[in-house]
Write a protein of this length. Sequence first.
Length: 222
Amino acid sequence: MAKPLLHLMQIVSPALPVGAYAYSQGLEYAVERAWVNDLDSAADWIGEVLSHSVGGLDLPVLLRLLAAWRQNDIPMVQYWNHTLQAARESRELLLEDVQMGEALLRLLVSLEVPSAVQWPSAEPISFATGFAMAARYFEIDDDDALSGFAWSWLENQAAAAVKLVPLGQTDGQRLLMALMPCIEKTVTDAYLRADDNIGAGLPGLAMASMQHETQYSRLFRS
C-alpha cells in the first residue's frame, strides 16, 4: 500500500467520483439574493459555514468516527452516522450528505475495502462516515484526515464561488489562502468540542438551502 499521504491526496481530490462539485450548500441562493457578490463576501460566507457548520458538526463527528472505526465499534459508527443525518437542517443538505456518502461507499467497495463491502445495504451512509472508513483503511493520521476533509470541502466551495459570483481564478486562489487559517482553527477546535456541544445552527445557511429547492435557475444540486 502507498504512503498514507498519497491516499489522503486521493480521497480529497476533486477527481474523486463522489459528485462534490455538484453542490453549493446554499451558496447559489446566497449569490442570487446578493448576500454574496464579491471576493470579501464570499470569504465571509464560506468562512462562517466552515467554522460553524463543518467545524461545529462534521469535523467533531469525523473525529469520533475515526476512533470508532479504529476500534471496529460498529454500533458507535452507526450512532454518529445517524447523528450527522439527523442534524442536517434541510432536505437538500441531507440528500447531499447521503448521496456523496453512497458514491464514496460504492468506490470503496470497488476498491475492496473490507468495511465498505460489509456495510449494510439498507443503511444510508453519510460522507464523513465513508471518509473515516477510508482514512482508517489507508492508515491516515487523524489530524491529516480532519485537515483533508476540511480542505476538500473548502476547495469545492471555492470552485462554486468562482462559477457563481463569479470570481476569477486568481481570486479563487486568494479565497483559498484567506481561509487556510480557518481550517487550522476548526481542526484544533474539533478536538475540544464535547459530545453535547456538537451541532450546527446557521439560520442563513438553512434558509438558503431550503429556498434553493425552488430557485428558478440552478447550476448546483444544493
